[in-house]
Design a protein around this ligand. Structure first.
Ligand code: 9GP
Length: 823
């Protein structure tokens, strides 16, 4: 069958698309309409769509090249992309057309999209934020490249067996991924290990030469990133590690075939898995190597492109290149750029440093100390000997030129700000290096940025007050409303016009209908339909029957004590007790839904998952409570599951201890889709409540200052245990075998952490206020009009949390980046 050539995105009609799909089914997939599996149909559809994508990609790249545009390079160890098919179709304006074309071919587009495995190259918020950001960069026509690692296995697949989390490998590209393009022409070679030699050049100048002990090949895979309306298509370039043929046998002194095979396997390990367990020494080295590998590949790529336009004239480098460090993971890019400029390009130190400082900026995503990476110096020296020398020199100049004049003779402040931490095991502090080497440091919500400035880096802020800034996070409304909640999206389009996916503030136009009964009905009918859909998913995934009549109360995020799933759980147990004591206890039926993965080595987090599942088993099968309470733990929480849960949520649980959740982004997605936030005044919850009005949400708990005060006074969780009989009863319940028949004490670790462990995250201190807030939610839900108004107001006021706004802030205040329209 003849294939029709297509010229412009969105210009394809249904028949052309149908023909193109069939063409690819036959000539790309080598099958036929009669024999094709659903996966083949999916791949054929992707191939047909890619015709459009590639054309726009080429035009974008040619335009950027011709105009020699400044570009931002977003370095991130994680990009949690999820699925791309529906998103790309929406952004190209082809979703409806494809749906119609596929329907005529006997395929349901929603079923087809289910064929795609999630691209789970990230753990949670940070990685998903990076994915939203590259969507916005393309949508805003900003020249940009995302750089990261092409992990063979993304975040583990979670199975639940007898209530416990089991980790299984994730093989997202086992059967090929139609959205990625291998680019062997841009392979890079990366040195590691070895030693540094000091030599003197013919000019008499001293030079440092790094003789690598090993070389690794970096193979780039490009994922096109289609902006909304398909004008700009940028790329996400992910590096895969392979053994280099140019392996330096002399230096490494390996002994033959067997060794070289081991070497090959070792090289390929670098991009094998996302964040290997870093408890062992080997794991730690691997993680450092991963970080250096992707940063070094990316910088070589950036250099190659820069030199193509400007040769070895580096005077324009900082004008052309902005590099964003997403958390401390890519920090090593700072000394690597210094190494390239000083050792390879022979710039003098000051000139090189001036360039670096202008080029780099750093986003901090958490105050938790474990995320501010530190590397044991002896490991660092083994892997990157030249970089350690460069870090020493950066540090020496910083301490002498900036710290000493400001705090003369103050060794304590020097010790605190130094990149090198002294101690039994000396360490390299990547957080300090990031701040010293970047011209801007931003937090991700107002409160978080304030804490970064005042609590985390106060001396740095005193040195450089203008460096510390805030960019509140955002999420792309294309994925998180248009694509995941098409009915609500349509209601917005009918109410405020079709422009809202680009200008999310337009959603405020719906506010004037917030009291209108007909609009409320439309809004709530959509919510109801989404809940009905989720009822089926829950049944299929867990076997649990729930009713869409109930309040759907959702907590979806990584499992961590500071996020306080344990607080949610003890409240569920308290409700259950109340119902057992009084089956007529006055409450609207509620379904508590969790979705969460625990880090494989985080024992207590895994125990909390187990406890949720065990409580769920008991509660869900207890006829005495007449179905008023249900608990569901959805296995394998991931982006594509979030897209099903979020449109169906009534209540969004954002209950972290104030001061611990940097921002949160699930809170934005849930509010946008019509949920009430049940939350503490933490992270972006504060800004959500400001936008929507606290009266339309259920805000509870200690504030940041109160948390500090309680801790300063000396917090004793036992006080709450003895003072509140409900807390005592629930925690004591954990020691029994009520939820784990015949196996008493299986849930005791949670009680121990809350009492003997000191309840680091003040769950017991916030319990009463949380329980009251839950009662408020219950009462509000029963007032149908008031509830409808509250969720409409929440949804309509989320314009601020569009990632386009975040990216515009970065572009204006950090990257100084202008859009470039692609013809
Ligand atoms: O924990 C933060 C989360 O609050 C924030 O929304 C997200 C994106 O900025 O980053 C998370 N941080 C990390 O995943 C690790 O630093």
């Amino acid at each position: 069958m003849a294939k029709k050539k297509v010229e412009q995105p969105g210009s394809l009609d249904k028949d052309q698309l149908k023909q193109n799909i069939i063409h690819h089914l036959r000539s790309t997939l080598g099958t036929s309409e009669e024999k094709a599996s659903r996966q083949s149909w999916w791949k054929a559809t992707c191939a047909a769509v890619n015709e459009q994508v590639y054309e726009r990609l080429t035009q974008t790249q040619q335009t950027h090249l011709k105009q020699d545009t400044r570009a931002v390079h977003y370095l991130s160890a994680e990009f949690l992309m999820g699925r791309l098919t529906a998103n790309n179709l929406h952004n190209l304006g082809l979703y409806e057309t494809s749906g119609a074309a596929l329907k005529e071919l006997g395929i349901d587009i929603a079923d087809l999209c289910e064929e795609e495995p999630d691209m789970a190259l990230g753990n949670g918020g940070l990685g998903r934020l990076a994915a939203c950001f590259i969507d916005s960069l393309a949508t805003l026509n900003l020249p940009a490249i995302g750089y990261g690692l092409h992990y063979e296995h993304g975040l583990f697949r979670q199975e639940i067996r007898d209530g416990r989390q089991i980790e299984r490998p994730d093989s997202w590209r086992e059967y090929g991924n139609p959205w990625e393009i291998c680019r062997p022409e841009s392979i890079q070679e990366i040195p590691l290990y070895g030693y540094v030699e000091t030599v003197f050049g013919e000019d008499g100048k001293m030079k440092k030469v790094w003789h690598a002990g090993q070389k690794i090949k970096g193979v780039p895979w490009d994922i096109p990133v289609v902006g909304y309306e398909g004008k700009t298509v940028n790329i996400l370039r992910l590096w895969e590690s392979r053994a280099s043929e140019f392996f330096d046998w002399d230096v490494f002194n390996a002994g033959g075939y067997i060794d070289s095979q081991a070497e090959k396997a070792q090289a390929e390990t670098i991009s094998k898995v996302l964040y290997p367990n870093d408890e062992s020494e080997a794991g730690k080295i691997l993680r450092l190597v991963q970080q250096y590998f992707f940063c070094a590949c990316s910088l070589k790529d950036i250099m190659r492109r820069y030199k193509r336009a400007h040769g070895s004239d580096f005077s324009k480098f900082a004008e052309q290149i902005a590099i964003q460090l997403n958390d401390t993971h890519p920090t090593i890019a700072i000394p690597e750029l210094m190494r390239i400029l000083v050792d390879e390009e022979e710039l003098d130190w000051d000139a090189a440093w001036a360039i670096c400082y202008k080029v780099f900026s750093y986003t901090n995503h958490t105050l938790l100390p474990e995320a501010l990476e530190k590397w044991a110096l002896y490991l660092f020296e083994r892997v990157l000997p030249r970089h350690l020398e460069i870090i020493y020199e950066i540090n020496r100049r910083f301490l002498e030129d900036l710290v000493e004049p400001k705090w003369p003779g103050d060794d304590a402040v020097k010790a605190k700000l130094s990149i090198i931490e002294e101690g039994d095991v000396r360490k390299v502090r990547m957080g300090n290096l990031c701040v010293i080497g970047s011209h801007k440091v931003n937090g991700v919500a107002e409160i978080h940025s304030k804490l970064v400035k005042e609590d985390l880096f106060p001396e740095f802020a005193a040195l450089w007050p203008e460096k510390m800034c805030n960019v509140t996070n955002g999420v792309t409304p294309r994925r998180w409303l248009l694509s995941c909640n098409p009915e609500l999206a349509k209601l917005y389009t009918d109410t405020v016009g079709a422009e809202w996916p680009l200008k999310l503030d337009l959603m405020r136009g719906a506010l004037k209908h917030a009291d209108d009964a007909a609009f409320q009905k439309q809004f709530m009918d959509i919510k109801r339909a989404n809940k009905e859909k989720l009822v089926k998913v829950i049944k299929a995934e867990t076997g649990i029957d729930v009713s869409a009549e109930a309040i759907f109360d959702i907590q979806i995020k990584r499992l961590h004590e500071y996020k306080r799933q344990q607080l949610n759980l003890i409240h569920i147990m308290a409700l259950y007790r109340r119902l057992l004591a009084n089956p007529d206890y006055d409450m609207h039926p509620r379904v508590f839904i969790f979705g969460s993965k625990a880090a494989p080595g985080y024992k207590l987090a895994k125990d909390i998952i187990y406890a949720i599942n065990k409580v769920a088993e008991r509660v869900n099968n207890d006829e005495r409570i007449k179905g008023k309470l249900k608990v569901v733990f959805m296995p394998n929480y991931r982006v594509s599951l979030a897209e099903k849960l979020i449109p169906a949520a009534d209540v969004s649980q954002q209950i972290s201890t104030a001061g611990y959740e940097a921002s949160g982004t699930g809170n934005m997605k849930l509010a946008m889709n019509g949920a009430i936030t049940l939350g503490t005044l933490d992270g972006a919850n504060i800004e959500i409540a400001e936008e929507a009005g606290a009266e339309y949400n259920a805000i509870f708990g200690l504030t940041v200052d109160e948390v500090k005060a309680v801790k300063a006074k000396g917090y004793n969780p036992w006080d709450y245990y003895y003072a509140n009989p409900e807390i005592k009863a629930v925690l004591d319940w954990m020691d029994t075998d009520f939820f784990t028949p015949g196996r008493p004490g299986e849930l005791s670790s949670i009680k121990r952490a809350l009492l003997d462990g000191g309840d680091t995250y003040l769950a017991l201190a916030d319990f009463e206020s949380y329980s009251e807030a839950q009662k408020k939610v219950d009462a509000l839900y029963r007032d149908k009009q008031a509830w409808a108004k509250a969720v409409i107001v929440n949804s309509a006021t989320m314009g601020k949390f569009n990632s386009d706004r975040s990216i515009q802030d970065y572009a204006d205040y950090i990257w100084y980046l202008k859009p470039c329209s692609v013809a």
